[in-house]
Structure formats: structure tokens, C-alpha cells
Design a protein around this ligand. Sequence first.
Ligand code: Z57
Length: 840
Amino acid sequence: NEPFDLRLPTPGCYLDPEKAGMDSDALFKGMTEHLFFTLGKLATSASPHDLYMALSYAVKDRLMTRYLASQEVIRKKPQKTVAYLSAEFLIGPQLSNNLLNLGITKEAEDALKRFGIESLSTILEVEEEPGLGNGGLGRLAACYMESLASLQVPAVGYGIRYEFGIFNQLIRDGWQVEVTDKWLKGGWPWELPQPDESCFVGFGGRTESYRDDKGKYRSRWVPSEHAIGVPHDVPVLGYRVNTCDRLRLWRADATESFDFYAFNIGDYYGAVEEKVASETLSKVLYPNDGTDEGRRLRLKQQHFFVSCSLQDMLRSLEKRSIPVTEFANHWTVQLNDTHPAIAVAELMRLLIDQYQIGWDKAWNITTSSVAYTNHTLLPEALEKWDLSLFSDLLPRHLEIIYEINWRFLQQLRLRYPGDDKILQKLSIIDEEGSKSVRMAHLATIGAHHINGVAALHSDLIKRQLLPEFAELWPEKFTNVTNGVTPRRWVALANPSLSNLLEKEVGPDWITNMELLKKLENKKDDANFLQEFEETKLRGKRKLASFIHTKTGILVDPSSLFDVQVKRIHQYKRQHLNALQIIAQYLRIKNGTSNYKAPRTVIFGGKAAPGYFMAKLIIRFINGIADVVNSDPDMEGLLRVVFLPDYNVKLGEIVYPATDLSEQISTAGKEASGTGNMKFAMNGALTIGTLDGANVELRDLVKKENFFLFGKTESEIMHLKNNSYSPKTFIEKCPELQEVIRLIEIGHFSNGDKELFKPLLNSLTGNDPFFVMADFEDYLNKQDEVSNFWNNKKAWNKMALLNTARSGYFSSDRSIREYCESIWKVSPMPVEITCDIEEIT
Ligand code: Z57
């Protein structure tokens, strides 16, 4: 590859390399200029937020050379690029990550000192994080973008620039209260609006047939409504490389032209109506994680960002004079769940209706470029669109889907003659009840690969979710176990551990996590284990002070920090953890607690606003916390904390501070989990079920270094198929009966016997997530944990082995697998030169 020449912008003129200078003087100068010229502030009166903005702009300047160079490389030498389509990108704070990846953290600290700021963290803390995702799925997309850039793979993340991200969570009287997330209010310095690359998107209307110039009948769409997508690009720099990929988020704007007619005839408000309607498109993120709402606006959002993104990809070919028939050689389109699955129909429509390509050729292009990642087996999460809603909003897409479906069913008829059952079962259209479009079927039929996100999950996709599809196309089905980026989740989040790792194995672990295996040599080295424990203690002190500031609760950093942070969901079983706490509380009250392992049990997570049970679980945890934390008998033994507003920023504080990671979902329900990985890397031990990636984690760290409990997926299936009755498990366990009785009498609700009744009724009634079935085993395993805690040396050894053996969960490994087995793309290094000698 030819290097990117810094003199390129204007012939005979070169960019001042000082402008991209990486020393603290250059950063200081950049900050000063931005304070003055961009922000209109004097250095003498700059607030921490002003300094955050100035430093961010100066850092962004230093990304631009790499960002433009990365685009030039692709323009000059076309090569396949990854398009990662996702309705969510939960990218977290940007300043610290960019400083780390550029390698100028120290320089920034020095520059800040000249403004009288002694610690970088005071500036990092004022950064508002864009909450453009709900949980695991959105965070995974962000880790993957960071790994793609770090591996020097050309990639674009396509998504939506929500004006309001996931709500901020307050806790009032123990209940969750949702507050609008106005993340843009102070200005967000990391995006580059590119209005000249805007796209039109249609909605509604009708289809019509017409005769083209060759006299051939064709179909076309006459939408009744339009929106404009304006790209807002966020540079995504790789770790210590020049590759700077792009996250392209679309903001919906109103169209103007259309409204003038209405305006002229005096219907002013009618005219602004469409404007308002299209502006609301990218207003707000749907706050559900793992439940499908089936709302019209949500389908509009999906089609909006998918259409803009595909048009953008096609346009990029045109700009480079590449025929659109070459699409699949230049773009590999990954669908992050079914949220962007309309892409299958939209790409067909664009190829056929706009580019006049024939069906078979278009279908070949589509199925060679699109791949689909499934993230859940839960039926309530599988997207289905009501047929009437769908045909109303996307009539041409429905026609195309019918055609795709008809051809697919023809294929099936040949293979299974006379078997109408299987046709009904696999059809994209669900004919039962009120008819609907099954997006997972559309994605599976339109994709060349479909993957699950952990070994067990991928296996269950084949065995339970889509068995007939897997039999039809065994080669399509594959697994890519999730991963998380070690840059954010270890290097940034846990500097004291990172220093120790660097001292021990050298700096390369950050890009080659398998090097951490070398730490195994230190597993019996008492001094080293002591140092390792010190890093954990530092994290715990920081979290303890955070907890005190946010909740007023005092916790002891030498107690066992037992943490469950994730979205609140019944299948994740925060209530199982809560019941266990009550059992320990009872033992302490009764004087039957036979070990001394002081614990601080910490929860964090948001509940979907419409998910009543999840909200009640939050109230339940807070009810327990109130009783436990105000009881003098619990002093020095037990503390319970619900941390409000769990997000990326808070995760960075929590993971390094955790001794025990709770991964206790009902086996078969958690597709992968990614928090489990972040905890293990940071030296937490896991108590968990054989679910999602826990299975692989336990294999890797070895079973003696993992606290396993609970029924397996097949045992759960067996219980379910043999009329599971929670009562039989309750009858066998007197301690569980006591726990239930205490809740019943209102002990955790100030005597209110009604408050937690829905929760109790669910648990003792049909117990859909087998909490009662796993309770006793869980409690016993927690006792084992407590006993083990008192042997600090053994604990530290086990924790060290978790860090040493969790390198597999680096998202670099996941991305390498996607590149090799699904995308067929290879890295493309970016070089930059500025030979000043030559021009002066
Ligand atoms: C979401 O965060 C996940 C799955 C979904 O279907 C939706 Br919608 C949102 C999560 C899974 O629950 C996790 O188990 C998984 O680790 C994560 O996606 C990333 O794959």
C-alpha cells in the first residue's frame, strides 16, 4: 500500500505535522487554541467541562489524519469492508479510550497540569456517555468496532444517532424512576456531521406496476412519506495503529420540498405534521433488552437506518466506478440480531428497482453479502411484525418478501413432498392468529451464515430454535463466541492490574491476551499474589467511595465484594441472589451462621420501563437492603447495595473491584453474557450456572477454579416436560420455606404483605425460570465461597488463574474468527508519511 501523504490536502501545501503533534506542548497548544477559537473561552476562566471539550477537540484533531488516511487506503485500493449493522452501539466515554489508543495519556496529563488540573480523572469524569444501547448487544457492537480497528480491518459501523439514549435510572423509595437521557446537551465533541452524504428514505404509500423503456412490466414503490438521514460519523481508532474506522450514525431530518403544497393551500399545521413525524424517528432508543414491542415507530427506525446504510454502501461503489454487481466483493454486511433484518428485502429492492438488476442476480448478491448473528432464544425477544402494519409501512418490501418466501417454499416442496407442516413452520409469514412477518426466518433465508454467540447457544439454535433450517443448510450454521475489548475493560478500567501485568509479561498482552498464560507461573508465588490482591483492593476502595457518595452506604473494602450487574430480567435471576441474601440474614439473626466471611452484595442494572416484574425485583432488592443495612446484628457481616444507573462508566469502576461475579441465569436462557468475561479478566471468581459463555469460561479456567451450581439445560428441559412443580423443591428445603415466610409477612416491605405478592406467586406458582429448583444448590455453593474466602492465598491463586486464562475472551479473537470464517476479509495496514525535506 502507498502511504498516505500529509501533503495531499492541497497540492504544494502540507499539513503542519505540529498540528498532529503527540507531545504535551503540542497538546497544550491545541487545547489553548480550541478553548479560544472553538469554545470562545479564556484559559483563565475555563471550567472542567471547558477543559474536557478543549482536550477532546485536540485529541480529535489527532484522529483526523488517521481517519482520512484509512479512507484513502480503501479508495485507492478497493478491498472488502465490513458493514456492521446494529440498532445499538453502546460506545461509552471516548476521551480516555482515544488517549489510550493514541498512546498520549501521559502527555494529556502534563498538558492539563498547565491548566492547573492535577489529575486527568477530574476531566474524564465530566464526560457524558452516549447511551445508544440497552445492554449486552449494544456493548458487544462497540467492543467489535474497537477490535476491528485494532486489527486494522476496514469497517463501518452503521446505526442510529438517537437524540435520547437509554434513560438514566434514579431510585426513589426503592423503585426505579426513569429520567430522559439528554446526552447531547453539553455538546458532544466526537462526532462529524456529514450532511452532504445524506440519504432519502421512503415510508408507506403503495406499489404500482409500470412498463420500462424495454416494454417490460416492473414494480415500483410510491411512498407517501419521506425522511432524510444525515450521517454523523464517530472515528473509531485502533490501539496504537493508524487504522481509524468509522461509526456512521444516522439522524432523521424532515424533508422540506414536499410540504410546500400543503403550505400554499393554507394547511400550515398539516405541512409541519410530516416534518414532526420524520423528526421523531431518531428521537429515542427503545429501552427493551430482550423483548419485542412490535411498535410501528420501531420498524420505521429499523428501515430508516438500514436503507440509509445500504444506499451509502452502493453509493461508495458508484463513487469508485465499481459496478454494483460487484457489491459482495466490496461489502460484507453483518446483521446484529434481526433488528436490521429488513436489509435482506431492502437490498433486493434497491438492486432490482433502482439498479434494474434481475431477481436471480440480485438474490445472489444479497445472499453472498449478508450474514446474521442471533443473540437470543427467548420467544418474547424474537421479532415479529404484524402483517397489516408491515404492508402499511413497507408495501414494496412485503411484495419482495412474498417472492423470497414463495421461491423458498418451492424449494421446500421439492425436498419434503406433501409435508405442509414443515412449510408452515419455516415460512417467513406466520399464518397463525393475526398474521405476521418472522424476521429471524427472513434473516436466516437471506444470509450465507448464521451464528450464535457462545458454543452452547449456537448448539441450541440448531437443536431447538431453527432445527429444520439447520438440517436444510448445515453449512450456514456456525458459532462465534463473544468477546470484550481488553483495552477498555482491563487497560483503561484497571490501571493498577495493567501495570502489574505489564511488569510481569510485557506490554503486548493488550493486543495478545494469550500472553497472560505466563502468569500461571506465579500461582504459588506469595509475593506476587500479594501484589495481585493489592490491585484488587485498590479497585475496591474506589468502588467503596463511589458507593458512599451515591447511596450514603458505608461498605468495608476488606469484605467480599459479591456483584451482579446486568439488565434486570427474570431469566437472569437477580431474585435468586436476593433470596440467598435473606437466607444468610436469617442465619446471622438465628446465630446459626458458622463462618465469618463479611460480604458486600452489590447489584446494578436497569429494568425496561414496561417490565413490571423486573421493576418489582429492584424494589425487592432495595427492601432487603433497607432491613439488612439498618440492623446492628448485620454490622461487619452483611451489606446490600443497589447501585443506581448502571452504565459503561460505572462498569469500569465495578469490574476491577469485584471478588465474586454472579452469573446465575437459568441454564439455556443467557445466549452468552459478556459481563462474565469482564469480571474474569479482572480477577473475579465466578459463581454460575452452565449457561452461555460460562460453559467455556469454566472449561478454560478449569473446573476447580469456578463455583458451579444449578441444573443443566437438559435437566431444565426435563423438568419443564415433566410438569415442573416448584412446590416439591420448597417442601424439601426448610430454609427456603423460612425465607418465603419472612417475605410473606412483609418483613422487607414495612409490614406490607401485598407488595411482593406477584413475585412470590410467580416463584411458588409456575416459577418459569426454575428459581426454586436451583435455590438449595446455589445456597450451598455460596457457603463454599464463604469458606474459601477465609483462605486468602488460595483465593488469590484462583483469581490469578482466572485472569491468566481468560485471554480467549478478547474480542480480538472473536473478530479474527468472523474475518476468517464469515466475512473473508483481511487486515489492511494504513501508512502515513510527511516528507518535509522533500518539499522545502
Ligand atoms: C441483548 O442485549 C441480548 C440479546 C438480545 O436478543 C437482545 Br434484543 C439484547 C444479549 C444477550 O442476552 C446476551 O446473552 C449476549 O451476551 C449479548 O446479547 C451479546 O451477544
